[in-house]
Write a protein that binds this ligand. Structure first.
Ligand code: ADP
Ligand code: MG
Length: 565
């Protein structure tokens, strides 16, 4: 600590480059400070530091198993973020002077690299903007940041005396309960569960926080109510959605998309107070939508789309510019390729001609390559064990293929399966469905790493740019339509996974690329994705589904689907 002080004194008012001398580690009274990377100038990306406590005096129950540990790390990251907001003065000069940052978590609990809890210490990884007067060192401000603000953050957010212990326990137990619930789904024959009392609507289209005023709490229809015993909370009751084909019906603005969205986020755990803590979905569920304009590389969509104009091959379908329906077919084929036991589909974001075709169009248009989704949902379940939850407001034909119908009225769900049967008798299907169709899994694709160019000037780069963009070399991969990508840290991890694959020589299957990266991370932590020496503090764990989705959207991608046996 004294060494830090004297170095600061020595470099005061010198050119900004003198900050380089701060690199290294410093022992404080109850923590160690590591200054891993020093920024070049006040406007460059901030400097990277780690703060590590000398011991870990938190009660071991908070981190005694991997699930609890991740939840506790998440809790601490949020605490540090709050402490930064409360104690750091902020702007102290030019550029990023005075800023202190830690990874910014969403409403979702994820393994992240911002915080490490071990039996022996707690370590937070942060970024700081070392302060400058113009372009020279402002040692006084730096001393305040490193010697006053940092210790205060540490005491209020990383030691048992500063941390709300009930809050920590609730956080950890909530996550453990959600994990348990999700793990039970398959045994119970369910694909999703929505607890009674859950708050599904969000504050606004741009905020993921719960709607505060006038939210109608979820209440399961008696027919779908199941009860599950959880390790911490005890018994919880709510709506179980069984495997098979489930329709969510209802008038416009009655809460259909809100329910489906809550289900799509149910692949992740949520923080206490979110409202969706006990809304869980199979972890491999994929929300699929139309995405016209996306590129598609060598995807086998033959199960959904037959002969295209010009004899275009649908077992190895490629296009730089997919239509609404072909993009949705490709999204489904890719979801099946990486592995999904549940598809979530919303009419609002689907291509109409992918969802349905009525008798008149069947008569008029003889050259229709697309088998509408309505003909695929049953075979998907029958031959591949893949369930579907589909939101429908406008096309009653789906009543013919549904195992059950959940009808939303004023945000309240009701079992309308019986009513639907009566409606079907009253209005028989206009065009009978093609019976006996089988659905087959798409052929797996092998990707050629040399089709991903990482060159950017003299360097090779692969990085995340916010939530929705991966930048590979000079090219950008657009991820706005991935509705289950939760935070920028996942995007950064995905970028590095794709980058590592592209830098290699070996062509591999998409499934392999994602699975081997994720199992590496499981063994060695997010650290294994690299970063500045000892400081990878901006990564969150992505799902295999989103890793694959990013690869699939690389515009230069070259791949071929393996012929099915
Ligand atoms: P739909 O898809 O049926 O047209 P949405 O799911 O888009 O309807 O919901 C319409 C509006 O109602 C949204 O503003 C949403 O936030 C709100 N909403 C949804 N569920 C609830 C609820 N349980 N309580 C209060 N408002 C809700
Ligand atoms: Mg809707």
């Amino acid at each position: 600590m004294q060494r830090l002080e004297s170095t600061l004194e020595r470099i005061d008012r010198k050119g900004y480059g003198a900050y380089k001398d701060l690199r290294g580690s410093y022992g404080f009274e109850d923590f160690d400070l590591f200054i891993d990377k020093v920024q070049r100038d006040p406007f460059a990306p901030p400097s990277l530091i780690r703060v590590r406590t000398k011991d870990n005096r938190f009660v071991p129950a908070l981190f005694e198993n991997p699930v609890r540990r991740v939840a506790f790390e998440d809790f601490l990251t949020r605490g540090v973020e709050r402490a930064i907001r409360e104690t750091v003065r902020g702007n102290r000069g030019s550029g990023k002077s005075g800023q202190v940052q830690i990874q910014r978590p969403s409403q979702i609990v994820l393994p992240r690299s911002s915080m490490v809890v071990t039996d022996g210490y707690v370590e937070a990884r942060m970024a700081v903007g070392l302060p400058a007067w113009g372009r020279s060192v402002d040692a006084r401000a730096a001393r305040e940041m490193l010697l006053d603000e940092l210790p205060e953050i540490l005491h209020s957010a990383l030691t048992p005396s500063g941390v709300d212990s009930d809050g920590a326990r609730r956080h950890v137990e909530t996550v453990e309960d959600a994990e348990h619930l999700r793990d039970r789904l398959a045994d119970l024959g369910l694909v999703a569960f929505v607890a009674d009392g859950a708050i599904l609507p969000r504050e606004s289209g741009t905020s993921d926080r719960p709607l505060r005023d006038g939210a109608v709490p979820f209440s399961s229809p008696e027919e779908f109510r199941v009860s599950v015993k959880l390790p911490n909370r005890g018994e919880v009751r709510g709506m179980g959605i069984p495997e098979g084909v489930t329709l969510i019906a209802g008038g416009g603005f009655h809460g259909k998309s809100t329910l489906l969205e809550a289900l799509s986020w149910g692949v992740y755990d949520h923080v206490p107070g979110d409202g969706r803590e006990l809304v869980v979905t199979r972890e491999d569920a994929v929300k699929v939508r139309a995405e016209d304009g996306r590129s598609v590389a060598g995807v086998d969509i033959s199960a959904m789309i037959g002969k295209l104009p010009g004899g275009k091959d649908t077992e190895n379908f490629s296009t730089p510019n997919a239509s609404g329906s072909t993009s949705q077919a490709a999204n489904i084929a890719e979801a099946l390729e990486i592995g999904a036991s549940l598809l979530l589909v919303d009419e609002d974001t689907s291509a109409t001609n992918f969802m349905i075709r009525d008798e008149r169009m069947r008569e008029l248009v003889r050259k229709e390559p697309i088998s509408p989704f309505i003909e695929l949902v049953r075979p998907l379940h029958r031959s591949m064990g893949v369930s579907t939850i589909v939101v429908v407001g406008g096309v009653g034909d789906y009543l013919d293929v549904a195992d059950r119908v959940i009808l939303l009225e004023n945000y309240e769900p009701r079992d309308a399966t019986g009513d639907a049967r009566m409606v079907r008798e009253k209005f028989p299907p206009r065009a009978p469905l093609t019976e006996g169709r089988e659905m087959h899994p798409p052929g797996a694709r092998r990707i050629d790493p040399s089709s991903i160019d990482l060159r950017r000037g003299k360097r090779e780069t692969a990085r995340g740019r916010g939530l929705h963009t991966v930048e590979l070399g000079r090219k950008r991969v657009e991820l706005s339509y991935l509705e289950q990508l939760a935070e920028a840290g996942q995007t950064e991890s995905i970028a590095r996974i794709v980058g590592a694959f592209a830098a290699g020589r070996e062509s591999r299957e998409v499934v392999e690329i994602a699975a081997s990266a994720l199992s590496n991370i499981e063994r060695e932590g997010l650290e294994s994705l690299g970063g500045f020496a000892g400081h990878p503090g901006e990564l969150s764990l992505p799902r295999a589904q989103e890793v694959a989705s990013a690869i699939n959207r690389v515009r230069s991608l070259e791949s071929r689907a393996r012929k099915r046996a």
